[in-house]
Design a protein around this ligand. Structure first.
Ligand SMILES: Nc1ncnc2c1ncn2[C@@H]1O[C@H](COP(=O)(O)OP(=O)(O)OP(=O)(O)O)[C@@H](O)[C@H]1O
Length: 685
């Protein structure tokens, strides 16, 4: 029976076909896989540059194009007959001799570029790769069929013009050499293109099947009709990860916790989802996939349903948020659901606490110093560092603050209420009790999970990290964490090392969501500077890039709020008229009032409107952010007065900036930003 591998273009082209051709194609591919009588068979293409290329007749007037070697068939695309034959003639295929991955390129398009390269080469004796001999290039996997063309390249611009026509595994090492890097530097670029770590054996360029297995971004083998259906029906991110994403998600056991950072749209959530599935397939024990809020966990759960097509695997993964975990652990230990303190109660308690500072100051001190370091006594508090707090407190002031903390916690206790962070701290203590009830018959119920995968990790509080640490045993593959310190929307900034998580950090650099134009604008908005938290030290934005292009963000200034809302409605209507489904449009604003007004202005359109906070973790084709006006963003009420605590104010400003950055980086295609009067100081000029 033939072995069949599907390329990512095939489901995309299939999706573009009308019925009944689409159905016929699926039936024909299934029959081909099963080798049943009457199944389509490979037919040679006259004049094809590669004898391994053939077509399969899949429906009336439509053919699939395959590259075959013995029983292995790589199904590339499905096209009308004449186009399929032309496709087969145009393309060349190979195995990269350095990495062992499959490559293909459009030889006809490259041929069309050749005369211009020749003309440029005739005018100068300069050659970009003059210092690199053929052996060097061959060692870097440069295909000998491409060498004559590469030898014509005179400068960086000519190489850049060829980028879209060359396989990335050919272009990347050449671009590194062109930047003046050594062979070792070019090898580093190549290594970043690997999805599967090298197995130590030399690459056999004639073993196409092995090369396909090393290229999960270009081909996936399907062994049953169920697998075929999954590849054809599931969204592409379920099946084809980019090499660095794949390498991280499907790595063998990690000896230590892993932290994956990366800018907006680099695929952190996808990697977290795939890792959860990979761990669940191994079946060593329950997996918790955890994120920051309930809304995001519902979204993760829906995506996981698409990804984990095997029910048994899906059932091994629990999706939740940290607050819910804390709540459950405490409920189970106490036999009833704990009552939660609301924020109005808390403000009133801090007011009456006599701590000598504003309620906001005292609350921060409690959450960011006392609860963050799990301080239990006045002595511990007096001796504790207060990182991130801008106002020094002498011993007498600290004592006053401590009395205020005791007052508030005491009152809460009397009322039988706790905050979510208190629950997290208690839950981690409950899970951390190693002895359990020594007199009882029951085993202590500690470490309910074998693996925990954390997404949106930048906003977790130390108490929540301690809970997660206590919920999983120290063992290989215990914690896999993804997050972006630049997208923090809360105040916590904690290096994982300080909460007992000794993680190996790796970084994703390529945004597959944002076009370059939105990415560059958003990086300027964010300030491009480093962000702390999660990693030790600070994380730079340097190296964050995107392969795609699109229109530049539109920034519109209006004279009045009414005009701004009218402008929004006109813009969104135009998008809907363009054929963009309303669910693919996201609208956001900083204040609840503006959200309400925008909802009213867009009432009949079915478009979602939310706060900047609500945009976290989401993605849309087109995004409008309104009210990006001085006096609204940053929100004055969210800023600590500089006189009270200048460091806290600086953090507040950075957090507000991060919020706007998060909202603006949700757009896959187009971004529209508007303001009334003077623009927010965060907007790039
Ligand atoms: N392998 C892939 N296949 C298809 N699409 C991809 C792939 N990787 C990334 N994308 C695109 O980029 C988007 C971003 O992925 P994801 O949500 O995982 O990124 P993220 O790093 O978690 O983003 P953010 O930090 O901004 O929330 C996806 O929704 C998809 O549009």
């Amino acid at each position: 029976m033939p072995r069949l591998a599907i390329s990512p273009e095939f489901p995309a082209e299939l999706g573009a076909l009308a019925q009944p051709a689409r159905r016929d194609v699926v039936v024909a591919v299934r029959r081909f896989m099963q080798g049943v009588a009457g199944a389509p068979h490979p037919e040679r293409i006259r004049g094809a540059g590669d004898p391994r290329v053939a077509t399969l007749r899949l429906a009336e007037g439509h053919r699939g194009v395959v590259v075959r070697q013995r029983d292995v068939h790589w199904l590339l695309t499905v096209l009308p007959d004449a186009e399929a034959w032309a496709y087969g003639r145009r393309h060349r295929f190979g195995v990269n001799t350095a990495l062992g991955v499959v490559e293909m390129w459009d030889a006809e398009a490259l041929g069309r570029a050749e005369p211009a390269l020749r003309r440029a080469a005739a005018a100068t004796s300069a050659r970009l790769f003059a210092d690199n001999c053929d052996t060097d290039l061959a060692e870097l996997g440069v295909d000998r069929r491409l060498l004559p063309l590469i030898r014509l390249i005179t400068d960086d611009l000519a190489l850049e013009a060829l980028e879209p026509l060359l396989p990335p595994t050919q272009y990347q090492p050449l671009a590194a050499l062109a930047r003046g890097e050594s062979l070792a530097g070019a090898w580093r670029e190549l290594d970043a293109c690997r999805a599967v770590p090298p197995d130590g054996r030399p690459v056999d360029p004639d073993d196409f099947a092995a090369a396909l297995l090393r290229s999960p971004d270009r081909a996936v083998f399907v062994g049953s009709p169920r697998e075929l259906n999954h590849v054809l029906d599931a969204p592409d991110w379920c099946v084809f990860l980019h090499p660095p994403q794949h390498r991280l998600a499907y790595h063998g056991p990690y000896e230590r916790p892993v932290l994956v950072t990366g800018g907006a749209g680099t695929g952190k959530t996808l990697v977290a989802l795939h890792r959860a599935v990979c761990l669940a397939r191994r079946g060593a024990g329950p997996v918790l996939l955890v994120t920051f809020s309930q809304k995001l966990s519902a979204d993760l759960s829906a995506r996981l349903d698409l990804l984990a097509e095997d029910e048994e695997v899906r059932e091994r993964i629990e999706v939740g948020n940290v607050d819910r975990l804390a709540h459950r652990v405490v409920s189970e230990a106490e036999g009833r659901a704990p009552a939660l303190a609301d924020s109005a109660d808390l403000v009133a308690l801090w007011e009456e606490s006599g701590g000598g500072r504003s309620p906001a100051f005292l609350l921060r001190e409690w959450e960011q110093v006392v609860l963050a370091q799990n301080l239990r006594t006045l002595e511990e508090y007096l001796a504790a560092p207060r990182p991130g707090r801008g106002v020094d407190l002498g011993p007498a002031e600290r004592e006053a603050v401590w009395r205020a903390v005791e007052h508030v916690t005491g009152r809460l206790r009397e009322r039988g209420k706790r905050t979510l962070l208190q629950l997290a701290a208690e839950a981690s203590l409950l899970l951390g009790r190693t002895t359990g009830d020594l007199l009882g018959d029951e085993e202590p119920s500690r470490e309910p999970y074998r693996h925990i995968v954390v997404d949106e990790a930048q906003d977790l509080h130390p108490a929540q990290w301690r809970l997660l640490r206590a919920a999983v045993p120290y063992a290989p593959d215990d914690l896999f964490i993804t997050g972006d310190p630049h997208q923090r929307v809360l105040d916590t900034r904690v290096p994982l090392g300080s909460v007992g998580i000794d993680a190996v950090t790796t970084r994703l650099r390529v945004s597959h969501r944002l076009p370059q134009e939105i990415l560059a604008w958003a990086v300027r908005l964010r300030g491009g500077g480093p962000a702390d938290g999660l990693v030790n030290g600070a994380q730079e934005m340097y190296g964050f890039r995107s392969p795609g292009h699109g229109p530049r963000p539109m920034v519109r200034a209006y004279d009045s709020p009414e005009e701004e809302l009218t402008g929004l409605a006109v813009q969104v209507r135009e998008w809907v008229r363009d054929g963009v489904p309303p669910r693919e449009i996201g609208v956001a604003a900083r204040t609840a009032g503006l959200v309400r007004d925008a909802r009213a202005a867009l009432r009949d359109l079915g478009v979602g409107v939310t706060t900047l906070h609500g945009m976290k973790g989401l993605e849309f084709r087109r995004v409008a952010v309104i009210g990006v006006t001085d006096g609204i963003v940053p929100a004055p009420g969210a800023l600590t007065p500089a006189a009270e605590d200048p460091a806290a104010r600086a953090h507040d400003l950075q957090r507000e900036r991060g919020l706007l950055y998060v909202a603006c980086t949700r757009a896959r295609e187009l971004l529209y930003v508007s303001h009334t009067g003077r623009a927010s100081p965060f907007l790039p000029t």
